[in-house]
Design a protein around this ligand. Structure first.
Ligand SMILES: Cc1cc2nc3c(=O)[nH]c(=O)nc-3n(C[C@H](O)[C@H](O)[C@H](O)COP(=O)(O)O)c2cc1C
Length: 321
């Protein structure tokens, strides 16, 4: 087997790695234990997970710079408190360095003598089974002594933010995935039509009564819109259309697009300048029964005229008219 390396992604920083993994939501778990002088202490981890069912094991990792973990490790036991969505304050108190982290946190002792934070989603009381050093972290394996589940939704950490983990909506064929399918059909057909001048897929996607509304309030029908595409392609060459953002919501699809091309023919009464032009715009399309019924398009002709470098000519023309 040959390993493939993507050149573009082979050089990355610790910050790139941190950012990438922040996209993956994690639970927020308070690892708590008693210190040698019988005081509760703890830290937050996003790395807590089930490791083995037989025997029942869990794992998490702790940075080597942690001052809390060595004190808990010395006692050989801990409770993993799976925090609930209303326990941000516990996360703030235990998720950073501090002298008396439990100052404002209530707790009860578990059957194995570790602190359990009330109102959590669940509690997993464990004995430290093993620990290995992996880079700048310790990977800890705990063997489960007891588990107990509460009734709350878990707190979740994702993209640098804390949030609630409520029951996820199942992706049914009639909702999300169907909408996403429509989004990709529309954006593919739209790119093909405007980017390559191949309008067949778009024509097949629009309904008989399709109307396109412009910013000025004008409307055009499908044949008129196809003529606009044809005119654009005869006035511009080397067309390149990118969709910068694509959003679907309800029966709407929104495309934020950018067109780059070379001005090689007459357009808006302006003869070919041979300049590279750029235009940004947005199209909002309403669809019904798998067909686009209406479209609203917003773009700024001044951007086009400015990139043709004839914006001043446009002004002079208007002034002398
Ligand atoms: C949401 C969240 C997740 C975290 N996950 C981890 C983790 O998996 N491992 C870790 O070592 N620190 C993690 N931290 C940071 C520790 O909680 C923090 O560094 C620790 O409490 C520092 O204090 P200490 O020196 O008293 O241990 C996380 C913090 C937050 C807020």
């Amino acid at each position: 087997m040959t390993a493939m390396t993507d050149k573009a992604t082979s050089a990355f920083t610790a910050d790139d790695q941190r950012k990438l993994f922040s996209l993956l939501p994690t639970g927020v778990v308070a690892i708590t234990g008693m210190t040698a002088d019988n005081k509760p202490s703890g830290l937050i981890v996003g790395t807590f997970q089930s490791l083995s069912l037989d025997p029942p094991l869990v794992t998490f990792s702790v940075g080597k710079g942690s001052s809390t973990w060595p004190a808990l490790r010395a006692q050989g036991k801990f409770t993993a408190n799976i925090l609930a969505s209303d326990q941000n304050d516990v996360c703030s108190a235990l998720g950073k360095k501090g002298d008396d982290k439990f100052k404002n946190i209530d707790y009860r002792l578990s059957a194995i003598g570790t602190p359990r934070i009330p109102n959590a989603t669940a509690w997993v009381d464990c004995h430290v089974r093993s620990e290995v050093v992996a880079g700048d972290h310790f990977v800890i394996v705990g063997s489960i002594a007891r588990i107990e589940t509460g009734f709350k939704h878990a707190l979740v950490f994702s993209e640098g933010k804390l949030g609630a983990c409520t029951t996820l909506e199942p992706q049914t064929k009639t909702s999300t995935s169907k909408r996403q399918e429509m989004l990709s059909r529309i954006s593919d057909a739209w790119m093909r039509a405007w980017g390559k001048g191949e309008t067949k897929a778009f024509e097949e996607l629009v309904s008989k009564n399709y109307v396109r509304h412009s910013k000025s309030g004008d409307t055009v029908s499908l044949p008129e819109m196809l003529k606009q595409i044809e005119d654009s392609h005869s006035a511009f060459g080397e067309f390149n259309v990118d969709i910068l953002h694509a959003i679907d919501e309800g029966d709407f699809v929104a495309l934020h697009w950018r067109t780059q091309a070379k001005h090689t023919g007459t357009f808006m009464d302006v003869p070919a300048t041979q300049r590279e032009v750029t235009v940004h715009g947005a199209s909002f399309m309403r669809h019904r029964d798998g067909q686009i019924v209406e479209e609203w398009v917003v773009w700024d002709p001044r951007e086009l005229l400015a990139s043709m470098e004839i914006w001043h000519l446009g002004d002079q023309k208007r002034m002398s008219a």
